[in-house]
Write a protein that binds this ligand. Structure first.
Ligand code: C2E
Ligand code: MG
Ligand code: MG
Length: 391
């Protein structure tokens, strides 16, 4: 069954409730995962990526409040419903706590749970079965519905991890669908050619923002994702240089992130443009390395100066020996080729410690900071850097 990204995670220590809610969830159209303790819950949040969670406030070893705090720390985007037999006041304060942690709280489900209530509430949270349309995306560009969030990129300095740059990530404030993330509209933008306008927007916005931060005393680097389809215009490096000098910024402050598909379309032209970008001192990063889309050959055929290890590897570091072996080898490989390495998807202290020993030059991930609006970046950059694990 195509559940259209509707994934329901139910957390409860009572097996009969789990079964009941799970069955109703499936009948309404969700893919369902059940968890009856905190360990299963954490694992499911990580690997199953629920869109909706029903969370029991009272659990044996952990309580729902602790879990809410944890969800806040990992920055889940899921909608959260609290279920409990406790009184309204307790439920409300749990709800407020979730909101304070930046979570998408959607109310309560009073126990005992009634079938009709459950069906109604699950139906209500079923994500819109449609993706945005081309027409809507066109309007989004014209009506200024696009925005950029920035995620900190950190490097070791004097034995501490400090924010040295940001990656600009596009978002769409859709009038009906709410905040839409790029995975839902970048493919459409690429298919329709709107990607050029989107990328222009992110570059203009991000480079302008870099100038604003610098004027406020925060000097940062910027990384921007560049769609493969855009590495075709021969005058792109010159236009980008002009934009940088308009804001009196050094070209070396900007890195363009590409996935490997870029090079496949027209290798000669791509190499021409990429080489001229490097000659002009822009950075070039091979993004999402370690996924099916990236390949080793690009590393030496194209003039990249950074390798970005995909977040799927970063996210596994704390629990997978294989992931650790692969990342350690990638760091060595990149260094031997004279490239810097940035590892994405750093979600735990354990992953950060590992990367420090492995020698990843840069790290990025929810543990260090989620993508946030521009105004939240200077305080993050000024924050006392994270103590490194060694040295
Ligand atoms: P990406 O370039 O690999 O960006 C990193 C993505 O990983 C971002 O998702 C970010 O929010 C997410 N992420 C960062 N740290 C963690 C972590 O610790 N755990 C987890 N689970 N995720 C983490 P986002 O913003 O949804 O972007 C998804 C993709 O959309 C980007 O992947 C990029 O390929 C594309 N994209 C974003 N903005 C643009 C843009 O302006 N132009 C183009 N062409 N593509 C863009
Ligand atoms: Mg990227
Ligand atoms: Mg990436």
């Amino acid at each position: 069954m195509d559940t259209n990204g509707n994934r329901l995670l139910v957390v409860d220590d009572q097996p009969d409730i789990l079964d009941f809610v799970g069955q109703v969830g499936e009948s309404v159209g969700y893919e369902v995962r059940l968890a009856n303790d905190a360990k299963q819950f954490r694992e499911a949040v990580r690997s199953f990526r629920p869109s909706l969670m029903i969370l029991d406030l009272q659990m044996p070893q952990t309580d729902g409040i602790e879990l809410i705090r944890e969800l806040g720390a990992v920055g889940t985007r899921a909608t959260i419903l609290i279920s409990s037999g406790m009184d309204q006041r307790v439920l409300q304060s749990a709800e407020q706590l979730g909101v304070a942690h930046g979570l998408n709280m959607a109310g309560f489900l009073q126990k005992p749970i009634m079938l009709a209530d459950l069906e109604a509430i699950l139906g209500q949270h079923l994500k819109a079965p449609r993706l945005p349309t081309e027409e809507e995306l066109r309007r989004a560009v014209d009506r200024a519905q696009l925005l950029v969030h920035y995620q900190p990129k950190c490097a070791l300095s004097d034995g501490r991890w400090a924010v040295v740059g940001v990656e600009g990530l596009i978002r769409w404030e859709h009038p009906d669908l709410g905040l839409v993330y790029p995975d839902s509209f970048i493919p459409l933008a690429e298919k329709t050619g709107l990607i050029a306008a989107l990328t222009d927007f992110v570059l203009q916005e991000g480079i302008g923002q870099l100038g604003t931060w610098r004027a406020q005393g925060t000097v940062l680097d910027l990384s921007v994702n560049l769609s493969p389809h855009l590495v075709r215009e021969l005058d792109f490096p010159d236009r980008l240089s002009e934009l940088m000098s308009k804001h009196a910024l050094d070209n070396s402050r900007l890195t363009l992130e590409l996935t490997e598909t870029a090079a496949l379309e027209d290798p000669a032209r791509t190499r021409d443009i990429l080489t001229r970008l490097r000659v002009k001192s822009f950075g070039l990063s091979l993004d999402d390395f370690g996924t099916g889309f990236s390949s080793l050959t690009q590393l030496y055929r194209m003039p990249f100066n950074e390798l970005k290890v995909d977040k799927s590897l970063g996210m596994e570091l704390h629990q997978s020996g294989e992931a650790r072996t692969i990342v350690r080898s990638l760091v060595d490989l990149a260094h031997n080729l004279g490239l810097k390495v940035c590892t994405e998807g750093v979600e735990t202290a354990a992953a950060l410690q590992f990367l420090e020993v492995a020698g990843s030059d840069f790290v990025q991930g929810y543990y260090l900071g989620r993508p946030v609006p521009a105004t939240s970046i200077p305080p993050l950059a000024a924050r006392v850097p994270m103590l490194a694990a060694v040295g």
